[in-house]
Ligand binder design. Sequence first.
Ligand SMILES: Cc1cc2nc3c(=O)[nH]c(=O)nc-3n(C[C@H](O)[C@H](O)[C@H](O)COP(=O)(O)O)c2cc1C
Length: 321
Amino acid sequence: MSAPNPVLVLAPMRGITTMHYRQAFVRHFQGLDIEMAPFIPTVNADRINPKLLKDVLPENQSGLPMIPQVIGNNADDFVQMNIALHDLGYTEVNWNMGCPHKPIRKKRRGSGLLPYPDTVDTILAQVCERSPVKISVKVRLGVTDKSELMRLIPVLNRYPLSEVIIHPRTAEQMYNGTVDLDAFEESFQALEQTVCYNGDINDLTFFQSLETRFPTLGRFMLGRGLLANPFLCEEIKCSHLRKCENPVQRIAEFHEDLLSRYETVLHGAHPVLGKMKEFWTYQATHLSNGRKMFKKLKKTQHLGTYKDIVAEFMADAQWLA
Ligand SMILES: Cc1cc2nc3c(=O)[nH]c(=O)nc-3n(C[C@H](O)[C@H](O)[C@H](O)COP(=O)(O)O)c2cc1C
């Protein structure tokens, strides 16, 4: 038996799942339970300001429960950030120990902390004692060695973490190759806290295979697969219902909404086009003519031309389920 009512969490994707994206997404699609915002770096207390926190300010949120995420390795800065986030009304903060990018991990931030259980222990001891919020963590299997997470788990088990989100790849894999479900299973069994699975949930079939293999899991974080198919949470929650009606029209309406949000807040065609081109890297996947459209709109530098291309291709597009 699988856990009833799976909890579906939007993965943080820096630069993509911005407050504007999250607001538009929740307006047009159902089925998500929680959002996690992309990471905010921990900084000295005197540098914490509304600009740094803009993406998580309560007035900029979609209405779904949202968990802010931080990245850093300085316990004092981490605690001060948690206090600031608590002042904004948040009760939980996620610590990013998964970011695979080399410049970050070289500074022992993100996944760069995974090989150092003693450092993680020292930071968690202070942060858990002094923070007014619950702490959760998002991890990978390791940097190059996938047994690093297993060596870290005895440390994680010492703290009252509200959740451990596992993306079962190494940092070196970045987002390539396959997720390692055997390694996930080993970590899931060893952890005493609530576990959330993250990685490659791109369709209902894979989601259902996870539920079958891990019937007690219950929490799932979705990133690229949900961005490519925004109906995925609806499909998961209502898999007994017929597929949604007018998917292309709903995508077109979502696109319109997101574009007008970015046109309002960004200055000039260049940044707006930058955001929208990134949007289509995922969103074009399930459109019958998406690849062709993306190729064409990648080249344009003009918003007018961009809108014409999107209108032309969306008029003919079929949704590939
Ligand atoms: C462009 C991009 C930005 C990301 N930004 C973050 C981030 O800010 N914080 C984080 O924990 N993970 C970040 N991730 C990782 C995702 O949250 C997620 O773990 C990863 O995409 C794997 O899940 P998926 O296969 O469902 O996409 C990012 C991934 C991508 C591709």
